[in-house]
Structure formats: C-alpha cells, structure tokens
Ligand binder design. Structure first.
Ligand SMILES: Cc1ncc(COP(=O)(O)O)c(C=O)c1O
Length: 418
C-alpha cells in the first residue's frame, strides 16, 4: 500500500488531505534528502498558495497607506483592510466589527489589554488569576503590571495529566479579583481548557476574562459570543497567515472604557499641544501605519481555513493525534507529557535517556521537524520537573504516514543511544 493509499484509508471521507497538501508549496521540500515532515505547527503553520497569491496581488495591484487619502489605491487598500476585519469578525463570531483590533500577534494583543485595561482598572492589592498552563506571553505582561501596581498573581494549578484543577480555580476568586487571563489550549501539552465554564465562573464573580487563543483558533471553531469571552487574542502566523499580524477581540463596552496602548497616527480624532481626543474603537487601538498587507493576507488565510471547515480540521487533527498517541504508547522508553482528556493537536514527549535537543537534532536528519525546549511555558516544565520536552504539533495538512515517519525516526534515535 502506498503512503497516499494509506492516508486516504485513514483520512475522513470529507477531508481530502492530499488535495489540501497540494495547496502548500513548502510541503514539497526535501530536508537532508528526505521528504519534509513538518510537525512544528504550534510554533508557526505554513501558508497556502491562496494566501501567498493574495500577498502578491496586494503588493502588485493594491498597496498604499490606508485611511488617509482619497486616491484610488488608498481607498482600495482601506476597503481590503476593513474587509479583513469583517472576516476576522465572522471567524470569531464577534457581534460587531469594531470589536476586532489588528495587532502584531497574540503577545501584542495581551499587552494591549494589560496596558489598556490593566493599568486603568487594576490597582494595589488587586488580583489577577492565571493558570499553570500559560505561555510566557500570558504571564509576563501581568507580572509587569502587578509589579508596577502592587497587584498579585494567583495561579490555578494542574494535575498530573495536565488538566486544570477546577475546584482550585474556583477557590481563587475573592473581592480583589479583577481579571482572569487564561489559555484556551496549552501550547506545551495540548490541553483544551473548559473555557466556557471557566468564563462563567469568573462572570459569576463579576470578573472579566482574557482568553489566549493562539493554539485554539487554528484548530477548532471559536465563537466568542458563545464563550462569552471579554477578550480573545490570536496570531495570524499560526492560522496559515503571515507573521506580524494578529487579532484582539474585545467586547465593545470594555474597549470603550479602556485607555489606548500606543499613541500616534490613526488613533486620534484631534491633537493640540494641550490635549488629544482619541478616535473611536477599534481605531483607538491601532496607532501608526498598521500591517496592511498582513491584515489582508490574514483575511485570505481565514477564508481558506473557514472554507475547509474548522470542524473538519478538528476531526482530522484529532484522528492524527489519536494515531500518534497510540504509536507512542506502544513504544517502550517514550513517555507522553500531558494526557488530558481533551487535547488539541499537540504531542509532548520524552525519550528515556536522550536529551530532547538530541532527539530534535536526529529527527531533523530524517527530515522530521519538531520543537524541543520549554516552549515558552517554563511553569509547565517546572510542574512536571523536567527542563524540556520534544513537541510534535500537527496541522490539517499532516498525514498518517507522517506520524509513522515520526515514530520510525524516534525508534532510530533510541537505537543510536541504545
Ligand atoms: C498559547 C500561546 N500564547 C501566546 C503565544 C505567542 O504568540 P506570538 O508569538 O504569535 O505573539 C503562543 C506562541 O507560541 C502560544 O502558543
């Protein structure tokens, strides 16, 4: 049986992975004389031809600065930029397009909330609830704020499977709690948090919630109204878009109360040396020339993944993860870190007696790209008392035979070190 036959056998009837792969030119690469097996999608995903073409079209036919001129190209670029905002609105099912802010990525979105909301509404003795599962991008901005304001971070713990201890989370709330900042999906372990329940708990205490959606948006349908999230941040480059662009969703009522994060062009209505009047949302938060090309390309990426269907993507990736989990569990000397009941397409593992960096280096020789290290989630590593893991992370364009190639490469590593 060829690899393609095998993939077709395993793939769901609705999801034609071979057709999808043809959309991604980079997947044809060979690395070290072997076909590239790209399993580092949690760090950054690859870009389909439709998005690459959209970038070329923009740069060759549509580019000018936006919002500030009446000439053809400026109006065209402005219309496409604002159309991309509506695509992001639809992608997240936000109520209003003014609730969508273009940022440079998840980190930027979280920092915007830390400055715009945190510096205004969080003071001395107040508390911010985080979880052990957070990426550094959803820890450090709050730590900086807490240091500046004399506020305190409270951290909801996880169990040995990498699942949040919800009773402990509920016990963290008190009248000083001002915000919850939580990840939807853990980048280090793949755990999917019960975001809707956690948000409901916070709201029962009158506390708003920021959700770090960097690892959720690429893998599952996100509905911010259903979640009732107050803020939701994600990055373009993990959803088949370019780097340097991201989305922050915020409820209009909250965004309106917040102070701007950055000052400069486009976020003002009028300026004198005495006083500046700020623009309406979302422009109040988009100072300076924004990443226009990035926003438009992200719009094309959201169109692309939406056309495939987030439910179909999720089903295919769940299937890949189940296959990988089964094979790893059948491989003596390899241990999965993070065995939550609900996981997205992330497989963190350790190979007995081999440092993760050596595993990563030897896998690269086989053309298999994984990530090794602490994955910018050092508190997760501390929880499991390990310095690092090997992490294979899947995208919808990965195939079953690529999982097989990963396992074969791991077995080769074991032989080398055996
Ligand atoms: C859960 C999570 N949050 C935040 C980030 C930061 O994203 P960015 O570097 O695109 O700002 C990442 C990136 O890996 C992530 O996985």
């Amino acid at each position: 049986m060829t690899a393609i036959d095998k993939a077709a056998l395993h793939g769901s009837a609705a999801f034609d992975v071979e057709r999808v792969r043809r959309d991604f030119p980079i997947l044809d690469l060979e690395v070290n004389g072997k076909p590239l097996v790209f399993l580092d999608n949690a760090a950054s995903s690859q870009m389909p031809r439709a998005v690459i073409d959209r970038i070329v079209q923009y740069q060759t036919r549509e580019h000018a600065n936006i919002h500030r001129a009446v000439h053809y190209l400026s109006e065209k670029a402005t219309a496409e930029y604002e159309a991309a905002r509506r695509k992001a609105q639809a992608f997240l099912n936000a109520r209003e397009e003014r609730e969508i802010i273009f940022t440079s990525g998840t980190t930027d979105g979280i920092n915007l909330v830390a400055h715009g909301f945190g510096r205004k509404f969080i003071g001395e003795g107040d508390e911010i609830i985080l979880t052990t599962l957070e990426h550094h991008s959803n820890i450090v901005p709050w730590q900086m704020l807490a240091e500046e304001k004399g506020a305190k971070l409270r951290v909801a713990p996880i169990d040995d499977r990498g699942e949040l201890l919800l009773d402990d989370y509920r016990k963290l709330f008190n009248r000083r709690t001002k915000l919850v900042a939580m990840t939807h999906v853990s980048n280090a372990l793949g755990t999917i948090n019960p975001a809707k329940d956690m948000i409901a708990t916070a709201h029962a205490h009158g506390v708003p919630v920021l959700v770090d959606g960097a690892q959720a948006a690429p893998h599952m349908a996100v509905n911010v109204q259903d979640l009732d999230a107050d803020f939701y941040a994600f990055s373009g480059h993990k959803v088949c878009g370019p780097t340097g662009i991201g989305i922050l969703y915020g409820k209009a009522a909250l965004l309106e109360k917040m102070q701007p994060f950055k000052g400069g062009g486009d976020m003002i209505l009028s300026v004198t040396f005495e006083k500046t009047t700020y623009n309406t949302i979302p422009h109040k938060f988009e100072a300076g020339t924004p990443p226009i090309m990035g926003a438009i390309a992200l719009g094309a990426a959201l169109d692309y993944v939406s056309a495939l269907g987030l439910d179909a993507i999720s089903a295919h990736e769940t299937d890949l993860l189940a296959h990988a989990t089964e094979l790893v569990n059948a491989t003596p000397g390899v241990r999965i870190i993070g065995n939550a009941e609900r996981k997205a397409a992330v497989l963190s593992f350790a190979v007995d007696g081999v440092h993760p960096h050596d595993v990563g280096t030897l896998l690269n020789e086989e053309g298999v790209a994984i990530r090794t290290g602490h994955h910018c989630a050092q508190p997760v590593m501390q929880r499991f008392k390990i310095p690092a893991t090997c992490r294979a992370s899947f995208a919808f364009y990965n195939r079953h035979d690529e999982v097989d190639a990963l396992i074969a490469a791991i077995r080769k590593v074991q032989k080398v070190f055996g």
